[in-house]
Design a protein around this ligand. Structure first.
Ligand code: PAF
Length: 287
């Protein structure tokens, strides 16, 4: 595996990579969820670039930028083991040699759920993802479905700006008890770790009720908030995966997501569970 720390180095390596080229963008602190993205990229493309950059633009004031977990040696070992071709690990000054003047700003996609709770987060994500795509010029870029709203933003970024790349979305990898893998799980104390899967269980209960035709989301949300305890619920919502506007009335025959965030102590966990709602009983043809 070659490592590039400057844009110029990465570009000169990229010129000679056999295509199609895959990009797996990460913020380091890699875990089995990242490994699953890399494996998929390895299986589908001739060359794999993994970027590792803790992007300050996507952290709001008071978030965990300063203490975000970093494990460069373990990351390099994991990527070598997955036969990655290139690790792109730029410094902050390499990615932002001057204060950023031009940003990519999602509008309605960032209005709900994570958006208002993490000011400028999606602007930071969209801006850095566009920069990484421009530097690495992949044919395919791989993103996890845990950050479901981020995935929606990246898909719109590519569609709205006519970028020539396929976005490949990859299923959430979970611990045996259901907790979605996340670099931030390293922050959890023993008790917090035991409670953490309650977020998944609560969202799965909403998704399962929707699959069986229930539509009174407010009752489902009240039950979910109780089921999450001792986690402190930040929000729960049911959204269309490409819109992220909370639905009061969940439409029949649709793909939706039960999404939510909850605090385990000071650590904020997010998760998303898919559901396909049934056709209305009146739509069914009998006999
Ligand atoms: O999901 C992440 O790790 C980050 O948000 C990303 C996509 C690498 C952009 O910094």
């Amino acid at each position: 595996m070659r490592t590039a720390v400057t844009v110029a180095e990465l570009r000169s390596i990229r010129e000679r990579l056999p295509e199609p080229v895959a990009l797996v963008p990460t913020m380091g602190a890699l875990h089995a969820g990242h490994a699953s993205l890399v494996r998929r990229a390895r299986a589908e493309c001739r060359s794999v670039i993994v970027s590792s950059f803790v992007n300050p633009l996507q952290f709001a004031a008071g978030e965990d930028l300063g203490r975000y977990p970093r494990s460069p040696q373990d990351d390099a070992r994991l990527l070598e083991g997955e036969a990655v071709d290139v690790l792109f690990a730029p410094s902050e000054t390499e990615m932002y040699p001057r204060p950023q003047e031009i940003f990519v700003q999602p509008l309605t996609l960032g209005e709900f759920c994570e958006g208002p709770r993490r000011p400028d987060h999606f602007r930071g994500v969209a801006t850095v993802v566009l920069k990484l795509l421009n530097v690495c010029r992949p044919q395919q870029a791989y993103f996890g479905e845990k950050d479901a709203q981020q995935l929606a933003v990246v898909q719109r970024l590519v569609a709205d700006l006519h970028l020539e790349v396929d976005i490949v979305s990859c299923p959430i990898v979970r611990e045996a008890d259901g907790l979605a893998l996340s670099s931030r799980n390293r922050y959890l104390s023993g008790d917090e770790r035991s409670a953490a899967p309650n977020l998944y269980r609560a969202l799965e209960a909403i998704a399962s009720a929707l699959r069986s035709g229930q539509r009174d989301v407010n009752r489902l949300f009240a039950e979910a908030r109780t089921a999450m305890k001792p986690l402190r619920c930040d929000y729960v919502a049911v959204v269309r995966p490409d819109e992220f506007r909370p639905l009061d009335d969940v439409p029949p025959d649709s793909d939706v997501l039960a999404v939510g965030a909850a605090f385990a102590g000071v650590t904020r966990l997010i998760d998303a569970v898919k559901a396909r709602t049934p056709k209305r009983p009146t739509d069914e043809r009998i006999g």
